[in-house]
Design a protein around this ligand. Structure first.
Ligand SMILES: *Cc1c(COP(=O)(O)O)cnc(C)c1O
Length: 218
């Protein structure tokens, strides 16, 4: 009680848990519409809340904190964080295809798992009971093989892949910060791999990625 929850739903638009949409569990939810997300407005994002006063206040801060006056009157700091109406329209139009995009990303994930699950060292992110992920990005961890070996092999075939995210406490910026870590995030960073997952990938594209990976795995 007394703790506000802001949900980072940046990448999980279209996912749900027990039928409830991602981004609607906290007091506020935040989505990203960056170019690599399941829907995109090229950049920017969206804040959602059932608290109308907070949303009004967020709009105030996002539009330069202009007080109610015919000229620019500022009592506090503001930001120019608004999304243009043109970009918003591009995003709204894509809401109609969200279901199809989630469906395709889930198919891509299923195709990767069907091909690669047989390797003992490969682990995919499981789907917890009651949840339906959007499978925005297919990622896996490799127990023995160095992910960079796989990345190099993919790169030779002009296929881009990436490691998993670098933990915040390993960023040079936060080298002096207090850390509560148990090794999980470091392990994911050293063993994890992000695979090509765009909704427009064909089955053949996925198969081609898998065949390169299979040449590297033991
Ligand atoms: C993409 C993403 C972000 C960053 O969103 P931007 O719109 O690029 O600032 C933050 N958190 C998570 C979990 C993300 O997936």
């Amino acid at each position: 009680e007394g703790i506000f929850l802001i949900e980072d739903a940046a990448e999980s638009l279209g996912a749900s848990y027990r039928g409830k949409e991602s981004g609607t569990f906290g007091d506020m939810g935040v989505f990203s519409f960056n170019g690599n997300k399941i829907l995109t407005t090229s950049g920017g994002g969206m804040l959602v809340s059932n608290n109308a006063a907070w949303i009004e206040r967020a709009r105030f801060f996002a539009t330069q904190a202009k007080e109610d006056a015919p000229y620019y009157e500022h009592e506090t700091y503001g930001y120019n964080y608004r999304m243009s109406n043109v970009l918003a329209a591009i995003g709204v139009a894509q809401m109609e295809v969200l279901g199809a995009r989630v469906g395709r990303r889930r198919e891509i994930f299923a195709r990767y798992t069907a091909a690669l699950e047989k390797y003992e060292e490969v682990t995919f992110m499981p789907e917890i009971a009651g949840s339906r992920g959007n499978r925005w990005l297919t990622t896996l961890t490799l127990e023995y093989t160095d992910p960079y070996t796989v990345m190099t092999a993919l790169s030779a075939e002009k296929i881009e892949s990436r490691p998993l995210w670098k933990p915040m406490h390993l960023q040079p910026l936060f080298k002096n910060a207090l850390v509560a870590a148990n090794g999980t995030s470091e392990k994911l960073f050293s063993k994890g791999l992000c695979l090509p997952s765009g909704s427009s990938m064909t089955d053949r594209d996925v198969d081609r990625v898998c065949s390169v990976i299979e040449k590297v795995l033991l």
